[in-house]
Design a binder for this molecule. Structure first.
Ligand SMILES: Nc1ncnc2c1ncn2[C@@H]1O[C@H](COP(=O)(O)OP(=O)(O)OP(=O)(O)O)[C@@H](O)[C@H]1O
Ligand SMILES: [Mg+2]
Length: 596
């Protein structure tokens, strides 16, 4: 039965077939019934008129005494017309019957209670149909009184078997049924053609709707008529156009949003009401080391095991109120984020939550560096100031008169003041290079000459320790840089190389060049720098093993200044060292200064 259910046209076809078939069958039935009633009526009228003809030839004597003449007359009539004639006396005694022998007439039963007989006597005409066992057929009876209703002497009754009529009716019914059946067949054929023809556009639309459901929006159905189906096709095409443009619009909007989210440096994650990941942008994927495809649809707290992030999401999901707080994550290095978690309205009013993490690590680290810097500066300033104050107090308290020590005290005050001065100068230099106020004044000069100049400045220290300085830079080696800043850079590096050297050690300054850059290095045979400290020596105030360095004066600003000078020139500096056997600082400066 599924083949019926699957097609509307089939259902409609079967319904029409049943309706038309039933109507035709009923019509046939009523036609046959009416025709039969009509024919029987005709037959009866015919019998009545025949009876009237008989009545015309009879005379009143017929009913007083049985006369074989009459019997013979009606027998002949029967033979010629096939109609049985019976003449019944008023009291019901059968006087003559065309189909009964003369002698047997006496034995016939009384006919007074035959309905046609009683009706004829009462109403002037009577008829009825009864089954005759003798003839095995229905018989049509008709009777009239003789001579008149009031003074009737008897009745003339005629009877004719209905089997001929029935046979004719049967033949007629067969023709009628055959015609009906043919008409029905032709009707079904026509209905089938019409249904196929009208169902075709519907099938076309069904296929188009299926294609649309599969994402194909470019399909159109033919608008072939002006009727309801044609209007449906028009409406369908209009709907497809609208759907397609809305779809395109949505796709565009989605692409734009995705492009924005993808290019954002902020880390964006969206979860649904049950905490499952709906969206994660590339920045967040990278931050948590996960892939969107793998975590989409999974609980976020399972995919990203970060207590602080889970905490803030849980709290926003708890009361649907926006949260904004700073969180610290170990990834595995320590990083700080401003986290904003907001509830959103999804489609069909489903709750969704958006988490945006903004990386503030650099700001926090800078703040920390600034705090440390202030405390370092204060500390470095405090030491010489305390000792100046101490010695000045001692002098004031009477030591001025102590000719043996007063000079030493003043000497110390001078040294400490000098140290303070250098410290403040270093800080000022650092500040101005760092702020970019002091732009390098690029000129071309011989590097070897500057190395010699610095060598001269460091002479007092080299003589004390016996450290040799070898200037291996060729005299004609030219560099383009800010000469004063290069002098300071070399002074700081050579000062370190001598200061952290061993007695009678050596320092070598070398140079090389490539088409793009010049490189020079300061190499010593000193105490070296432990590997763990190497990355940090360029930080301000950073000194290795402060207790040990205490003997060797310094504030830890020298290399910070060097680094800033190199960076201001667009170059780079690299430190290598083998603890116990020496260090090597290599500076590379670009030749093309347009990049600065
Ligand atoms: N050539 C080197 N050999 C061994 N250690 C070095 C060398 N250069 C620098 N260092 C280490 O790096 C630290 C930082 O050097 P930097 O020049 O910045 O500071 P400083 O020399 O101590 O003080 P300042 O230069 O301000 O007088 C030093 O304290 C020292 O421990
Ligand atoms: Mg130094």
């Amino acid at each position: 039965m599924t083949w019926i259910k699957r097609k509307f046209s089939r259902k409609l076809g079967i319904a029409l077939f049943l309706a038309v078939g039933t109507t035709l069958a009923l019509a046939d039935f009523f036609i046959l019934k009416n025709i039969k009633t009509y024919l029987i009526g005709e037959l009866k009228d015919n019998l009545v008129s025949q009876a009237k003809q008989i009545s015309a030839v009879l005379d009143p004597g017929t009913f007083t005494k049985r006369d074989p003449r009459w019997q013979e007359l009606i027998r002949k009539m029967d033979q010629s017309s096939g109609t049985r004639v019976t003449i019944v006396r008023k009291d019901g005694v059968v006087l003559y019957d065309s189909e009964v022998d003369w002698k047997a007439l006496e034995t016939l039963e009384n006919h007074a209670d035959r309905p046609e007989v009683t009706d004829a006597l009462r109403f002037g005409e009577g008829s009825s149909i009864r089954y005759s066992h003798t003839l095995r057929s229905d018989l049509q009876y008709a009777a009239i009184p003789y001579p008149l209703m009031q003074d009737a002497e008897g009745t003339i009754r005629l009877a004719i078997p209905l089997n001929r009529l029935n046979n004719e009716m049967k033949g007629f019914a067969n023709i009628l049924f055959a015609a009906t059946f043919t008409a029905l067949l032709i009707g079904i054929g026509l209905i089938w053609i019409i249904l196929r023809w009208s169902a075709h556009p519907l099938e076309e639309m069904t296929r188009a709707a299926e294609s649309i459901a599969n994402g194909r929006m470019d399909l159109k159905v033919r608008e072939r008529s002006e009727d309801e189906i044609g209007q449906l096709a028009k409406a369908f095409n209009a709907m497809t156009r609208k759907l397609s443009s809305t779809f395109d619009q949505l796709k565009n909007d989605k692409n734009e949003i995705e492009a924005v989210l993808s290019s954002m440096v902020e880390h964006v994650i969206a979860v649904d009401a049950s905490g499952k990941v709906i969206f994660i942008n590339p920045a967040a994927e990278k931050l948590f080391g996960i892939r969107g495809d793998n975590v989409r649809g999974r609980p976020f707290m399972e995919a990203v095991r970060q207590a602080a992030v889970s905490e803030i999401l849980k709290s926003v999901m708890g009361d649907d109120t926006e949260r904004f707080e700073e969180i610290r994550l170990i990834l595995p290095e320590e990083r700080f984020f401003e986290a904003r978690a907001v509830p959103m309205q999804g489609v069909r009013s489903e709750r969704r939550y958006l988490l945006v993490l903004h990386d503030v690590t650099r700001i926090r680290k800078l703040e920390q560096v600034r705090r440390e810097f202030v405390s370092n500066v204060s500390h470095e300033l405090k030491t010489p100031l305390t000792s100046i104050q101490g010695y000045a107090e001692t002098l004031l308290a009477g030591a001025l008169a102590d000719s043996k020590h007063n000079r030493d005290f003043v000497d110390t005050i001078f040294k400490e003041a000098d140290r303070l001065n250098r410290l403040v100068n270093d800080l000022l230099d650092l500040a101005s290079i760092e702020s970019g106020r002091k732009k390098p004044q690029i000129t071309e000069f011989e590097l070897a000459a500057v190395v010699n100049e610095v060598h001269g400045m460091a002479r007092s220290r080299t003589e004390k320790t016996g450290v040799r300085i070898e200037n291996r830079v060729p005299p004609a080696f030219l560099i383009q840089a800010d000469k004063d800043q290069m002098k300071q850079l070399l002074l700081n590096l050579i000062d370190n190389a001598v200061k952290f050297n061993l007695p009678n050690g050596s320092v070598a300054v070398e140079s090389s060049e490539s088409p793009e850059a010049v490189t020079f290095s300061i190499k010593d045979t000193g105490i070296g720098i432990p590997e763990k400290d190497l990355p940090r020596i360029f930080e301000r105030f950073y000194r290795i093993d402060k207790s040990h360095s205490r003997e060797i004066e310094g504030t830890g600003l020298g290399l910070a200044i060097v680094k800033h000078i190199v960076e201001a020139h667009g170059g780079s500096i690299r430190a290598e060292s083998v603890p116990g056997s020496g260090s090597n600082f290599t500076i590379t400066l670009p030749k093309n200064h347009s990049s600065i």
